[in-house]
Write a protein that binds this ligand. Structure first.
Ligand SMILES: Cc1cc2nc3c(=O)[nH]c(=O)nc-3n(C[C@H](O)[C@H](O)[C@H](O)COP(=O)(O)OP(=O)(O)OC[C@H]3O[C@@H](n4cnc5c(N)ncnc54)[C@H](O)[C@@H]3O)c2cc1C
Length: 386
């Protein structure tokens, strides 16, 4: 039997997250105005001092929950994150070391704060176009890295990066992907200038170059690109849910503003009995709910079938494609209803509108996920639909 009811634990955790986000909202505008507002790597933001971190509560919750994967997404949907109130529990690079590395890797690097570098100026959506090269030097048992990475979140923070590079061609001319731990301070590894951007300004973005950078062979985590895709697939529905959280904030704000002018949406009225604004809001709420359903089904499949199941992966592409589009449509639709109040810096609506745009770019834009869905469902091969 399909059961969509939330458990007591789910509801409690959503409340914990909502409270955290409402606290953050009180200073969100201030943080957004700071050019390079650093996320924290080693402590909680003072605005949440004395409160339990929502993810810590999730890990230790004793009330029944729908499952770690589902409940994490439910928590993300309650409102916009505003900014990073807590250090990232495990940045992607650190996660890769701990999940894909050997015991030796975990001991050496598992405690470090490492981000993840795949994207390049000429290879974002299509990592196979990657230029960064890792060449083995048998004399020193090192790899020599050359290349450039861009749009890397929080590269200026922490200890380094797990960088994805292509190795030398094998006997069939195929170049393997390597995941390599690259630490700050290694000669030839140079950070670029931070990027300023439209939204999510609380999260820094930058690039780096590698010129004859030598790393010990032991820094290669191996495992190719497939396992990295698994990590991305687990995270994509969470990012999708985060987009719904941003939509929740702007939808609630729009409803509040309308209520102040005497407009109260009547969900029971038929189409012919409701005005344009009501109709628009109801359609946006329906889109929010539909996207919620696809994301939750995705996480349900992850819990039932595992992270490497094909059905889960197809549903990930659906959830991310749908959430990216819904997030853009809902934030845009609210701006249309709000008019000048949407644009005013007196409110946070324009920030949600800016922040939300990223959901349909990182971890794969909608165009790429729609290609992935066609490939998976209809059996197209790469190149046939591009
Ligand atoms: C805030 C932010 C944080 C990021 N963090 C990280 C990070 O930590 N680590 C990291 O490695 N990367 C990160 N990225 C990079 C992100 O993953 C890429 O921006 C994303 O994969 C898209 O790649 P691209 O920017 O090169 O765009 P492109 O691949 O150049 O695409 C540009 C446009 O063309 C479309 N397009 C491309 N190919 C096709 C096709 N075959 N058919 C139809 N349309 C197509 C795309 O959908 C997109 O709209 C981040 C990006 C941002 C903006």
């Amino acid at each position: 039997m399909v059961d969509f009811s939330l458990t007591e634990g789910d509801m409690k955790l959503m409340e914990v997250m909502r409270a955290e986000r409402l606290r953050a909202r009180t200073i969100a505008r201030e943080i957004d105005r700071i050019p390079e507002s650093q996320p924290l790597t080693d402590g909680d933001h003072p605005i949440v001092a004395g409160t339990i971190a929502p993810y810590k509560q999730l890990a230790q919750e004793e009330l029944p929950i729908s499952g770690l994967a589902i409940t994490e997404c439910l928590m993300q949907t309650v409102g916009a994150p505003e900014f990073n109130t807590r250090p990232a529990p495990s940045p992607s690079g650190t996660w890769i070391v701990n999940e894909l590395g050997t015991e030796e890797h975990r001991k050496a690097y598992g405690h470090l704060w490492l981000v993840f570098g795949v994207s390049e100026p000429v290879a974002g959506s299509d990592p196979s176009a990657m230029i960064t090269n890792a060449k083995y030097d048998p004399q020193t048992d090192e790899y020599i890295l050359n290349g450039e990475k861009t749009f890397i979140s929080n590269i200026d923070l922490g200890d380094g990066v797990v960088v994805v590079a292509k190795g030398e061609p094998d006997e069939n001319g195929k170049r393997p992907f390597y995941n390599i731990v690259l630490l700050k301070g290694t000669p030839g590894f140079t950070l670029g200038k931070p990027w300023r951007k439209l939204g999510t300004r609380y999260q820094n973005l930058g690039g780096f170059s590698m010129v004859d950078v030598r790393v010990p062979a032991m820094n290669v985590l191996g495992n190719g690109f497939v396992n990295i895709q698994t990590r991305l697939n687990v995270n994509r529905p969470v990012q999708s849910a985060l987009g719904l959280g941003m939509c929740r904030s702007i939808l609630d704000f729009t409803q509040e503003k309308l209520a102040k002018t005497g407009v109260k949406v009547d969900y029971a009225a038929g189409r012919s009995a409701r005005g344009n604004v009501d109709d628009k809001l109801i359609r946006m709420e329906a889109l929010w709910e539909a996207t919620w359903g696809v994301i939750m089904q995705c996480k349900w499949l992850e819990q039932q079938l595992g992270q490497t199941s094909k059905d889960f992966q197809t549903q990930v592409a659906m959830a991310k494609a749908m959430a990216g589009k819904a997030t853009r449509q809902i934030t845009q639709g609210c701006m249309e209803i709000l008019g000048p109040e949407g644009l005013s810096e007196d409110y946070l609506a324009e920030k949600y509108f800016r922040d939300a745009r990223i959901i349909d770019i990182y971890e794969g834009p909608g165009e790429i996920h729609r290609l992935a869905i066609a490939r998976k469902l209809l059996g197209y091969r790469k190149g046939e639909l591009d």
